[in-house]
Design a protein around this ligand. Sequence first.
Ligand SMILES: Cc1cc2nc3c(=O)[nH]c(=O)nc-3n(C[C@H](O)[C@H](O)[C@H](O)COP(=O)(O)OP(=O)(O)OC[C@H]3O[C@@H](n4cnc5c(N)ncnc54)[C@H](O)[C@@H]3O)c2cc1C
Length: 446
Amino acid sequence: MSRINVSRLPIDPGPAAWNALLPDAAPAQSVDGNETADWIIIGAGFAGLAAARRLSQLCPTDRIVVLEAKRVAEGPAGRNSGFMIDLPHDLSSADYGGALDHDISLTADNRHAIDFASEMARDFGLGPDAFVRSGKINAAATEKGCRHNREYAGHLSAMGEAHEMLDADAMADMTGTRYYQSGLYTAGTAIIQPAAFVRGVARGLVSNRVQIFENSPVTTLERNGNWTATTPSGSVTAPKVILAVNGHLNSFGFMENQLMHVFTYASMTRVLTAQEAATLGGHAIWGVTPADPMGSTVRRIQTAQGPRIVVRNRFTYDPTMEVGEQRIRSVGRDHDAAFKARFGMLDGVEMEYRWGGRLCLSRNNVSVVREVDTGLYAACCQNGLGTTRGTLSGILAAELATNTPSDRLSRALDADPPSVLPPPFLTKIGAKAVLKWQERKAGLEL
Ligand SMILES: Cc1cc2nc3c(=O)[nH]c(=O)nc-3n(C[C@H](O)[C@H](O)[C@H](O)COP(=O)(O)OP(=O)(O)OC[C@H]3O[C@@H](n4cnc5c(N)ncnc54)[C@H](O)[C@@H]3O)c2cc1C
């Protein structure tokens, strides 16, 4: 018999702005009493929803239950910048790239995940406001950023990947600001409104017989023949469980001292007036990721209320997986500085929402897709690219749990486990120092 007492439940700092822009969701349904199912999935982010979808394809008559601690889209899955990237995106590399062979197979796997997300978007009737395959631009504001772009372009050429360099005029035409010196365009990325996407997928799954219980944090998980997941309002028992909780895998007692917990942060402006939008100029909708991984991601979005700008930057190492409001305020000053540097013409446009969210990284940039106990599977550690890698982990965990072989699954199973970290106090000092140094080096890309 195994018994797991969950040591920590997720805490998400600041409002989930993307979700707040949408009409209210239908009231949540929580676990009520003791239920049975064929499958339990814990966590309704990208990994959990993809696992539910893949299981519903592989075992169409099985009862699949998803247990989510919060409302769908209130957690990191609804808090991100929405770049579902196909290409290598190693945040610890100077230009996102890694070893060539590895990056080629990683890109193929990422594309499989994006195709899978695209099929869900199509089958569940999501529009381009929720999911669109628009490609992405790595924007460079400095000569060093331009160099990163050139180096990354060289890596893409070696991988046989098409790409296009944009000059400062092309960047200004798109963004309305002359802040950027160059851009590197690649076509394979999808851009999502994260909350609209995950809510739409969750709705689609529910209409395909998947049961999603929200506000249902799992506090214990116990195996006595079958697994029983207990929540404050009841329990669900099933033979097999998929843990899709990203860094909270540690809270279930797995991979201790192998996962790094990092927060990143974003701010979203109020709606721009027609006058402000005209003053800014540029395209109505655009988004750029930074040429330097430590720089700022910026999107101009069109919402039901009108245009807004979203800025994401800063990474902080927080092994407790919690940050306070004070952190949101202090990082907000970096968002304001990044916004002012780029959009000086929008003086007086203030931020309406500020928030943060968890990432989970491993030192060797691997995810955890494996059976961690009998009948208990993990789809965790997405290394900052959870929209894509979370989707992939969820698909693969469902395939592993149903004995559905594929080359992709073999690759995942052959991967090394996350490297063991140095003792916690050393990791904390080291990670903080490295992040600070890299952010300082990012300079005007921030
Ligand atoms: C500001 C910001 C910008 C980002 N930008 C991007 C981007 O552009 N592209 C990209 O790919 N990634 C981005 N990310 C990262 C991305 O959001 C995450 O990597 C992704 O959400 C991870 O997906 P997941 O399904 O593995 O985990 P999550 O989305 O974290 O989902 C796990 C779920 O498990 C639930 N859970 C945890 N414990 C329990 C429990 N005990 N019981 C029940 N439920 C539980 C949580 O509430 C959560 O909803 C960004 C993140 C942030 C914060």
